[in-house]
Design a binder for this molecule. Structure first.
Ligand code: SF4
Length: 340
């Protein structure tokens, strides 16, 4: 992206009627690897801050960056962090142990990235102790989930989102290994009394998951109504609708910096709720809450190019997570009864 495209985006945002006094704008820089372009990000944010001030709307802002961590200790990155620390939500993607991390996070020459990022993970954690990490898992790395969560906890990371990919990569039996891995984590947390630590937040054991749908669960749970912009200034509701994120479908562009948003193109997303999307199996599923889906993945995997065909690729993985979550809470209950 050139600075002039970025400036046009900011000018567009500040000219829209979405903004009211005191709105918080979140500037989310998504790569590839965003820190490769720290000079550009810095220039964009300096421009944005200046223009926000001029708008006299009392706008607030956050800057969100997810990085692979390789360049985190670079002096330019560190100067940017110092300048914008209080506005930053920055997260390093580390998948767990060296073995698990290096299965997917590799340099061009095939070498894993773990050894290059681990000191930066300590630095990041000292600067942003309350920000967590998302551990993405796919078929090959399920057997390493338990060791990896343990490892992240040992690094001091307290908020860990274990996240099976939504794409259809799963094979029969994966859910059995996944459940065992999560139950091992549950044993580890409970046997070591770590669940008393209020800051420890493992989303896999979230109490909310695994219940029948209620009224409040009917809305589209995905935040896929961002204004997302590609390097040429084309607009999407989420970068997963851009060409480079899709496997087989055409990009869903909703406008650009020259013409603004075509509101007609937003209609399908406005109307997307669980009643219009779910099959009766999902709608009446007894463990439906927390079962993730994504409009763009629906679109990409659909037979007809609609966002209304729910992908159920992670169905068995979700059910395994629910069983492990029930095991976790039952075990805590039993243990505390013994204490009494
Ligand atoms: S995908 Fe499976 S677990 Fe999820 S709501 Fe549908 S039936 Fe339930």
């Amino acid at each position: 992206m050139t600075i002039s495209v970025a400036q046009s985006v900011i000018n567009y945002i500040l000219s829209t009627s979405f903004l009211v006094k005191g709105t918080t704008i979140i500037y989310d820089f998504i790569g590839g690897e965003p820190l490769l372009k720290i000079n550009l990000i810095s220039e964009i944010m300096d421009y944005a801050v200046n223009e926000m001030k001029k708008s006299n709307l009392g706008l607030k802002f956050k800057i969100r960056i997810t990085t692979n961590g390789i360049l985190y200790n670079n002096s330019k990155v560190q100067s940017f962090i110092q300048k914008y620390h209080d506005h930053l939500i920055i997260s390093i993607s580390i998948d767990g142990t060296k073995k698990k991390n290096d299965l997917n996070r590799v340099f061009k020459n095939g070498k894993g990235s773990y050894d290059s990022i681990i000191s930066n993970v300590y630095l990041w954690h000292s600067q942003f102790p309350f920000i967590g990490t998302r551990m993405t898992i796919s078929h090959d790395d399920i057997p390493f989930v338990y060791e990896s969560v343990k490892h992240l906890i040992s690094l001091g990371i307290k908020k860990i989102d274990v996240n099976p990919v939504l794409e259809n990569v799963w094979q029969e039996g994966d859910e059995v290994i996944y459940e065992e891995q999560l139950m091992n984590i549950a044993d580890y947390i409970i046997d070591n009394d770590l669940y008393f630590d209020k800051e420890l937040d493992l989303t896999c054991f979230d109490e909310y998951i695994g219940k029948p749908l209620g009224k409040k669960d009917m809305i589209n749970p995905c935040g896929s109504m961002f204004l997302s912009v590609d390097s040429l200034g084309r607009f999407y509701t989420c970068m997963r609708f851009a060409k480079y994120s899709l496997r087989s479908k055409k990009p869903r562009i909703i406008g650009d910096i020259h013409n603004g948003i075509d509101k007609n193109k937003l209609r399908p997303l406005y109307a997307l709720d669980l009643q219009s999307l779910y099959t009766s199996e999902c709608f009446f599923c007894e463990v439906a809450t927390g079962c993730k889906w994504c409009p763009a993945e629906n679109y990409d995997s659909s037979s007809t190019g609609t966002i209304y065909e729910r992908s159920v690729a992670t169905c068995n993985m979700h059910k395994a997570r629910v069983r492990a979550k029930n095991y976790y809470w039952n075990k805590i209950y039993q243990k505390n009864k013994w204490i009494e």
